[in-house]
Design a protein around this ligand. Structure first.
Ligand code: ADP
Ligand SMILES: O=c1ccn([C@H]2C[C@H](O)[C@@H](COP(=O)(O)O)O2)c(=O)[nH]1
Length: 223
């Protein structure tokens, strides 16, 4: 079905853009934001860096054992708020999701011994209650699959203050969790079909790949 008929038939569509830190999600969304009839929702990182004058993202990187629960509770709330906001266009493209917050970031904190078991239990109870009682619309997951090394280079280039202390090993752990979830499908429920886009290429080639996949992303043909 073409994008035009999708709009005409009022078939609303929700797409998550998933991938490691600095894999190029925001850049991808910026590209598609130039298309009419698409609503782009980036991650609310500015909120995670400033909630009433506090910076839970920075605190988490400084002391994950103490502040991981604080950040991830707020991430869960703000992502849920994004998921439930009224759609303003027939296609919504959203950066990450409440699922990756739990299956990737909370899981990584817990597995690496940086989240106390009680914090993990409370966050898990919240997550399960939300996903069992509230419908979270999703039709497609686009996975920008990049090597941890590429992400590390791009992260250093982007130079976000809080992320300067992120080592390559952290990105490797996040990568492995993403691969288990979306490629091997061995860890957690995958709530929609997955379109994998290799994301190590330079910007020009990435934009070409986005063009090639435009129809699949926007209209859901043959994922
Ligand atoms: N294909 C690419 N090649 C080189 N640099 C890129 C590419 N895509 C994005 N970047 C740069 O890498 C950094 C991280 O990209 P960004 O889109 O912010 O990633 P994410 O949103 O996944 O964290 C930014 O500085 C961006 O300009
Ligand atoms: O649940 C989450 C989601 C994200 N983060 C961190 C990871 C990054 O430092 C920033 C934003 O991620 P980008 O990939 O650059 O968009 O937020 C987290 O700790 N927990």
């Amino acid at each position: 079905m073409s994008f035009n008929s999708l709009c005409m038939n009022n078939l609303w569509r929700s797409v998550f853009i998933e991938g490691n830190i600095a894999s190029g999600k925001t850049t991808c969304l910026e590209y598609f934001s130039k298309t009419s009839n698409i609503e782009v929702l980036t991650e609310p990182v500015s909120k995670w860096r400033n909630v009433r004058g506090h910076n839970p993202l920075g605190l988490m990187y400084q002391d994950p054992i103490r502040w991981g629960i604080t950040l991830q509770t707020y991430v869960q709330l703000t992502m849920l708020d994004r998921h439930l906001s009224t759609m303003s266009a027939p296609v919504r493209m959203m950066e990450r999701s409440i699922y990756s917050a739990k299956y990737i970031f909370v899981e990584n904190l817990f597995r690496s011994g940086k989240m106390p078991e009680v914090d993990f239990a409370v966050l898990s109870e919240w997550f399960e209650w939300i996903t069992q009682n509230i419908a979270i619309p999703v039709d497609l997951i686009v996975y920008l699959q990049s090597s941890p090394q590429t992400c590390h280079e791009r992260l250093k280039e982007r130079c976000r203050e809080e992320e300067k202390i992120i080592p390559l090993e952290y990105l490797e752990a996040i990568h492995q969790l993403y691969e288990d979830w979306l490629i091997k499908k061995t860890s957690f429920n995958v709530p929609a079909p997955v379109l994998v886009i290799p994301a190590d290429d330079d910007l020009q080639k990435m934009l070409h790949q986005y063009e090639e996949n435009r129809e699949k992303i926007l209209a859901g043909s043959n994922v």
